[in-house]
Design a protein. Structure first.
Length: 255
């Protein structure tokens, strides 16, 4: 879901928001010019899985049982008129309102909390289970039910025209045109470093397919592959391509 962050910049969660925070928040030009930073959809979901599930950076509420999640959702979203029915795991109220990943959990990930034998916390999900939960949520509700980090980038910008589409994968190259148009110094915004993570995980390309490895495997092995491709097989590649078809088509991405 692309959001307008400044007069000039739009982007979506997991598509360079830290970069915008670091280098673009104080940039303002009298020129009427807007650009959007986008990201490969397959890489974006990999980034969410690594950051939020393997590294466990979701709020602690998400690692507890469903009742705690319901309490969290009600506490922070009742002001918006959104109510939850814990017994039926159903969501009522304004479906235009986005809530934390709790909404994604209700009809899909809650199956892992039904009894002691199958109890599995969110931070144990494999990448395949994670992608399947997105599919199930979209099928059960619609894209509005997805947490904002997982909503398609084209959501809410249909018909909006941008002066430039900047691909995160080619940021330093694409941003040159933006700097020329806005009359700002290229080097002041060309740095692509995001937030630093203190971790002892080994990173780097990985050849083995890891789509069915539980998140705990990566933490136990202290391995987090840097190449998103190894998290996908043909089934997942096609599934994400179908789910995020409009992102793929509009921004001309390939796996």
């Amino acid at each position: 879901m692309a959001e307008r962050l400044t007069k000039h910049v739009w982007t979506s969660p997991k598509c360079g928001m830290t970069l915008v925070d670091n280098y673009w928040m104080n940039v303002e030009s009298p020129v009427d010019y807007e650009f959007v930073i986008v990201r490969n959809p397959w890489a974006r979901l990999y980034s969410f899985y690594v950051n939020k599930i393997i590294y466990k950076t979701l709020p602690q509420h998400y690692y507890k049982d469903v009742e705690h999640i319901c309490d969290y959702v009600e506490k922070y979203n009742n002001p918006r008129g959104l109510l939850t029915d814990f017994k039926n795991f159903e969501i009522f109220g304004d479906h235009d309102q986005h809530i934390p990943i709790g909404r994604l959990l209700f009809k899909t990930w809650t199956t892992y909390f039904e009894d002691e034998e199958t109890t599995r916390s969110i931070n144990e999900l494999s990448f395949r289970e994670f992608i399947h939960s997105i599919r199930d949520t979209v099928e059960e509700y619609n894209y509005r039910a997805l947490e904002r980090h997982l909503t398609p980038q084209t959501y809410f910008i249909d018909g909006h025209e941008f002066n430039k589409v900047v691909k995160l994968e080619k940021y330093r190259e694409d941003i040159k045109e933006v700097c020329e148009a806005l009359g700002i110094e290229y080097e002041s915004v060309a740095n692509t470093e995001g937030g630093k993570r203190n971790t002892n995980h080994k990173t780097g390309p990985y050849e083995e397919n890891v789509s069915d490895k539980p998140a705990t495997w990566f933490r136990e092995k202290c391995i987090v592959p840097s190449n998103y491709q190894c998290f996908y097989d043909e089934e997942l590649k096609k599934l994400v391509g179908d789910l995020y078809f409009y992102d793929v088509e509009k921004f001309e991405y390939e796996f």
